[in-house]
Write a protein that binds this ligand. Sequence first.
Ligand code: PLP
Length: 458
Amino acid sequence: MAVRGTVELDFELVDQLIEREERALAEKHGRSMAYRAEASRHLAGGVSSSWQAAPPHVVYVTHGRGSKIYDLDGNEYVDYHLGYGVMVVGHAHPKVVEAVQRRVALGSHFAQPTEEATAVAEELARRFRLPLWRFGNSGTEATLDAVRLMRAATGRDLVIKVEGTYHGHHDSLMVSVVPDPELNGPRERPVSVPQTRGLPQAFVDLVRVVPFNDLQAVERVFAEEEGRVAGMIVEPAMMNCGVILPEPGYLQGLKDLCHRHGALLAFDEVKTGATIAAGGAVEAFGVVPDLVCLAKAIGGGLPVGAIGGTEETMGLVARGEIDQQGTFNGNPLTMAAARATLLEVLTPEAYRRLDEINAILVEGCRAVIERYRLPAYVVGLGAKGSVIYSSTPVREFRDAVAIDERISYLAWLWQQRRGVFKSPWAKYETWTTSVAHSDEDARRYVENFEELAAALTS
Ligand SMILES: Cc1ncc(COP(=O)(O)O)c(C=O)c1O
């Protein structure tokens, strides 16, 4: 039923448009589609990560420059996928390229510390207001380290996580990421659901799941599990159901609750870190947790993870009381790219520019929504944003999954056919912008969106 003042979407029309767009994209991606068969002979499914096999078909990319990427068929796109939000520096940024080239000529790996890592740790300490840092190679490693640290520091085993958030693919947190509605139980008391086959129930039993933006639910878990909770990990603004912002007081409330019960709070800033502001959610929302997990954008395109924390948490690592290790941790190439990214590219001026670009996207899409009376709204923050196809605010995962996903899938196909690449699995993804995006790039997104709005309401 349409909410007063908005049009009701005709899903028969949506289905027809999906079919039309899929057909047109298949024509545009003939070489990619043929290549998948060849790639699949020895590369499982023809891709290196299951997410790369997003419907309607795999698109193989050849190269990228600035705000653009190019596929095997020679198509050009303005890139808002940016490798799941990594390339905020834009593709092949000259300063990152130069830093990596300089470093590779001096040797790319020693598994001994080099000076680059010190500079990066210093900059992260400044941005995220936490004194001690270590590096890894992915967001998965960062959140794995966070869970282990919370357990080690408290001597407890249980961890609280939010329903519908993804924290990487290790066993401790692959729980209730996109839980089956048949299995996930009541909203106030969600059941912990394993996200994949192969996850031992013993791991699932160590995770208690709560809805986002609900302090009472967290309080209830602490009351039920008094003295057993090591800590809570939270994505401070959810970035995989569109963008869902924390309500005022939520993050500080979590910190207070955790500390009152002798537990710790970790922010998973793999997506928000260095993108929504220089100091991520710590800066944007003014709450400093015990631990911050970073990855993606801080590495300028090289594989990176980082964990930072207080003396009480990371001090355990510094004193050798807990091991935090990895052959490639602090890899000099990665650190050279991260140093150039954080100190030379993502400057205060760059963040001002990201805000300007996002304003064009947010205001442009908002105007289209009003003009065509779509049941939708827009959220934007720093380099991130999203159109959410709901006329009521989405506060948590269950609100997001209640939206008919055909509309966001159509929006994704629509943009791609018209030269704009967004993250696959569109229902759950946001846009990311880079310092290389031009006003024209942003207007292109808005123009495509307007064309879609016209088609939906014709
Ligand atoms: C919030 C969040 N945490 C952790 C991860 C895992 O990061 P990675 O894919 O680098 O292991 C992701 C990946 O998308 C993420 O979005």
